[in-house]
Design a protein around this ligand. Sequence first.
Ligand SMILES: [Zn+2]
Ligand SMILES: [Zn+2]
Length: 251
Amino acid sequence: MLAPLLDALFPRRCLGCGRRAWPFCDACLPAIAVPSSPWCERCGRPLEVPVARCRDCPPEDIAWARSAYLYEGPIRRALMGLKFGGIRSAAAALSPAMATALDASRVPGRPPVAVTWVPLGKRRKRARGYDQAQVLAERVAGTLDLPCVRLIARVVETPPQARRNALDRARALRGAFRPARTAPAAVILVDDVLTTGATAAQCARALRAGGAEEVGLLTAARSLGGPVPARCYTSPGLQPGSVVARGNHLR
Ligand SMILES: [Zn+2]
Ligand SMILES: [Zn+2]
């Protein structure tokens, strides 16, 4: 009863441009890009031909990776809103497609039994009011009917990474995470964006130290660092995340 009233008082805005539409307006929809095959089997990076692994594959501690969207245009702005703008509802808009991406691609390896996330440092979580990766993980776990468990503790609060080179990043991240408790054998690690996978790999390492044998990475978006294949743009009228897999293979 409350939701329609709240919507009337505070109409929800397009996550891409702020127009009155939710989650994305008709102008933003065609600019949303989704990874599709042919791709790298291991990390889901769209390519011209299918390959078993690629140059942009995340580090070895991650068994496989999948992303719901490509980090472009409206999706980029939606994730910036989730991360820095306090727009927590963006997680509700983006997470259904994360579960669908997992189901549709039939990732290699064993069926995951729990979902966890790349934890934010305490200070930043306090400043933001929530941990965006945790919010995404909880929603994805709900859709997949898996438990969402805090398995990783952040011991070192690393400074923002934007201005660091790869070597500095690796150095700053070393020892930043440790297992928070014993991990089950197969775990899905959730984060907002996959770029190089350096941070996620450190988390995967902590999970493996905690007993996990296989860690798969599921993110809302994938940053390609290169041109996006034209086929990845969704057709107008297709609401991303509107098709949620039911009775999927993970059960
Ligand atoms: Zn829009
Ligand atoms: Zn790859």
